[in-house]
Ligand binder design. Structure first.
Ligand code: UDP
Length: 321
């Protein structure tokens, strides 16, 4: 079998680097393209090629597309709060970046793309679990860019025959269970990396945003999906497109809601000590409960998450390799 060449945009980032590991394992030729604004050099693997460039740099993008069989598109801004303060940056990177990527694909005859979407496209849930047909009503600019990017994909499919898998991640969590990914995100904004910083003494205390929600323990429920499971879904989606399947939009989650307190308890169990915790106000825009109906990915791809226990997810995050 001739190895297929995959261009991974944003391949030095958190999810991208896990997907690169999985692709290399499966024998794909991989070219990572990353501007290293948040990507980490520890996440670059010898077996993969690397181009340091931005998706806003059309010439570099054009060159990188040559001889490529598929694109996996992680490069994008992803901090919800920042997107509300600096929408220009999100429009530029996520929207103009996506147009550049799709146009470079057209110019080079690349017909397949796997795209990182997000549960943020749904906004405040009207019901849970959230299936893919839930109305789309993003409540932050980041979620809006993801939705627009999905719509761009649908048009380029219709007009240019580009096949896509748009994967709507729920709460990506954990680190490679084999310890191959060594980079750790800088200035994290999410619960688990913040817990890791509190555990390391880099932060004084974890603030739990809201303890009076209408949930079993009063804290928010989220669907934490292990990053190795996300990675396997990307490769299955890629194989499905290579096999000639139609474009698809899929939730990637476990289908289970886990509370902030459960995550903290699991971290404390792993560390063998209590963490400094403080109860704070609810964070604006946080729905009480958010979890996926993830059956479609199972039906279409035969994908099932493997690392579903809270302890597995949390320990893979806190373990030092
Ligand atoms: N959270 C928290 N303290 C923090 C960060 C997050 O209590 O310092 C809560 C947040 O309110 C939400 C859950 O942890 O209920 C997951 O938040 P995160 O920002 O990781 O992901 P989101 O669900 O917002 O995408």
């Amino acid at each position: 079998m001739v190895s297929k060449k995959i261009l991974v945009l944003g391949g030095a980032g958190y999810i991208g680097s896990h997907v690169v590991c999985e692709l290399l394992d499966k024998g794909y030729e991989v070219l990572v393209y990353d501007n290293m604004s948040t990507g980490q050099s520890e996440n670059l693997f010898e077996k993969a090629g690397f181009i340091k460039a931005d998706i806003l740099d059309v010439d570099s993008l054009q060159k990188a597309m040559q001889g490529v069989d598929a694109v996996i598109f992680f490069a994008g801004k992803k901090a919800v709060g920042e997107s509300m303060i600096n929408p220009e940056m999100y429009a530029q990177n996520n929207l103009i970046g996506a147009v550049n990527v799709l146009n470079a694909m057209c110019a080079n005859g690349v017909k397949n793309i796997i795209f990182s979407s997000s549960a943020a496209v749904y906004g405040i849930p009207q019901y849970v679990p959230l299936d893919e047909n839930h109305p789309l009503n993003p409540i932050n600019f980041y979620g809006f860019t993801k939705w627009e990017m999905e719509r761009l994909l649908a048009w380029y499919d219709q007009l240019k025959g580009i096949k896509y898998a748009a994967l709507r991640y729920f709460n990506a969590a954990g680190y490679d269970v084999q310890g191959r990914v060594r980079g750790r995100e800088q200035n994290p904004q999410n619960l688990l990396p913040i817990i890791a910083e509190v555990a390391d003494g880099k932060r004084k205390c974890l603030q739990i945003f809201g303890s009076d929600y209408d949930t079993p323990d009063g804290t928010c429920l989220r669907d934490y999906i292990h990053v190795n499971d996300l990675a396997s879904a990307h490769v299955l989606a890629l194989e499905a497109l290579f096999a000639g399947r139609d474009s698809m939009t899929l939730n990637l989650g476990t289908g289970k809601g886990v509370s902030v307190k459960e995550i903290v308890a699991s971290a404390e169990k792993f560390l063998g000590r209590k963490l400094p915790v403080e109860y704070a106000q609810r964070r604006p825009g946080d729905p009480a409960v958010l979890y996926a109906k993830a059956d479609k990915a199972k039906e279409l791809l035969g994908w099932e998450p493997k690392f579903v226990s809270v302890d597995e997810i949390v320990s893979s995050f806190l373990k030092k390799h």
